[in-house]
Design a protein around this ligand. Structure first.
Ligand SMILES: NC(=O)N[C@@H](CC(=O)O)C(=O)O
Ligand SMILES: [Zn+2]
Ligand SMILES: [Zn+2]
Length: 427
């Protein structure tokens, strides 16, 4: 394996220094051998390899949309060294057999570590608990459980899941959506949904579940994670719960930090996502919540869909958008460039904290310093690029950023010292 001597890199945007990647770890650059590959990183920053707590890789079952291999290629290009693969596959990842299959596919592909998320209920049907213990004890060592795509809406089942995962330090990641309040819902409920004639999706459908779940988590003394928070009321509820000492964490997605429901007026289903794009006031509240730590992390909710599921009328289209290859750029644009977060804050929200929540911080989400695993991303915050969907490594093309000019570019990604991306391309 090559050894890399990275020269003049600004770790977390600090004073430029040198890094040696050797034998899978970060080593003292003074020990660099003469034949080390030298990378001139002047102008680049180094961040710890990013960790996504919410990725849809679609395999098994929807390999027309994405595979573990194509999705993890997209992840590497986005600066990720670990992703948590959501359970809403076909078959659902609700058994030790399926989670081990996904975990093995990730290892074989070798682009980043894949940590399967286990389903909370059998078949995501919301009726019976899946074999959570067997998934936890499997080779995949599942710690995050979610019916994402669906809400665990039955309060008794949610309570039992929260109680059950305590035995192995797991967490339930809730897709907070009260189903009865969102029957046929298409977009954010507001004046615009009325005008466009699209069924509205009220903020209360998300907030009611979050309120219930933080109270349940407090009652049973368990850990709760809230997926893709999208409303200002949700941020307020999570702030309140944290103030009460509830063990709750929350994520915001890049698209919810940038885009608003106004885009639905195009009727272009590229902007159709669950939860929906919300108002500018909600976007501002999410940015503020992410800055002050109420929202712990950014997670992509990378949701690939083939063109036949997106190139149709709004109401018939699938929910979801790509996210892995653009996440860091969107966070730079919405959080770093306006001064809401520094690069250390980005490392916390896109690497350290997601690794802690997913209980993978023995390997990921570790500081870029001597002795740590060499999971590192080199990023050029001064670059600008125009998003061209056909250049994506994903099998799908449903990026909402087509034609947009975004700041920043991932120059290189290293997984345990092995380059997965070099010069902005797959290595
Ligand atoms: N976010 C989405 O709009 N879609 C996700 C499901 C989900 O994250 O709820 C998908 O699996 O396509
Ligand atoms: Zn979801
Ligand atoms: Zn999702």
């Amino acid at each position: 394996m090559s050894e890399y001597l990275i020269k003049n890199v600004a770790v977390l945007g600090g004073t430029p220094t040198d890094l040696l990647l050797r034998d899978g770890v970060i080593a003292d650059p003074a020990d660099a051998p003469a034949d080390a590959e030298v990378i001139d990183a002047s102008g680049l920053i180094a961040l710890p390899g990013l960790v996504d707590l919410h990725t849809h890789l679609r395999e098994p079952g929807r390999e027309d949309a994405e595979t573990v291999e194509t999705g993890t290629r997209a992840a590497a290009l986005g600066g990720f060294t670990a992703v948590h693969a959501m359970a809403n596959t076909e078959p659902v990842a609700d058994t030790a057999g399926v989670v081990e299959q996904v975990w093995r596919l990730g290892r074989e592909a070798g682009y980043c570590d894949v940590y399967p998320v286990g389903a909370v209920t059998v078949g995501l049907d919301g009726e019976r608990l899946a074999e959570l213990g067997a998934m936890a004890d499997s080779a995949a060592r599942v710690r995050v459980f979610s019916d994402d795509g669906r809400c665990v809406s039955d309060a008794v089942l949610m309570r039992r899941a929260l109680e059950y995962v305590k035995a192995f330090d797991g967490v339930v990641a809730q897709h907070a959506q009260e189903p009865r309040l969102t029957v046929d819902a298409q977009m954010n409920e507001g004046e615009l949904s009325g005008r466009l004639g699209l069924a509205g999706w009220p903020a209360v459908a998300e907030e009611a579940i979050i309120a219930r779940d933080v109270l349940l988590a407090q009652h049973v003394g368990s850990r709760l994670h809230v997926c893709h928070v999208s409303t200002s009321g949700s941020v307020e509820l999570i702030r309140w719960a944290k103030g009460k000492g509830v063990d709750v964490t929350a994520e915001a997605c890049p698209h919810h930090l940038l885009l608003t429901d106004e885009l639905a007026a195009t009727y272009d289903p590229i902007y159709k996502v669950n939860p929906p794009l919300r108002s500018a006031a909600d976007v501002a509240a999410l940015q503020e919540g992410l800055a002050d730590g109420t929202i712990d992390i950014v997670a992509t909710d990378h949701a690939p869909h083939p063109h036949e599921d997106k190139d149709c009328e709004w109401a018939a289209a699938a929910f979801g958008m790509l996210g892995l290859e653009t996440a860091l750029s969107i966070v730079q644009q919405t959080m770093v460039d306006p001064g809401r977060l520094d690069w250390a804050g980005v490392a916390e929200r896109m690497s350290y904290a997601p690794a802690r929540i997913g209980r993978v911080s023995d390997r990921h989400g570790r500081p870029v310093q001597v002795g740590e695993p060499a999971n590192v991303v080199l990023y050029d915050p001064g670059a600008r690029r125009t998003i061209e969907p056909s250049e994506s490594a994903s099998l799908s093309r449903n990026t909402p950023y087509r034609g947009m000019e975004l700041p920043g570019r991932v120059v290189a990604t290293f997984l345990r010292g092995k380059a997965t991306v070099l010069d902005g391309k797959l290595a």
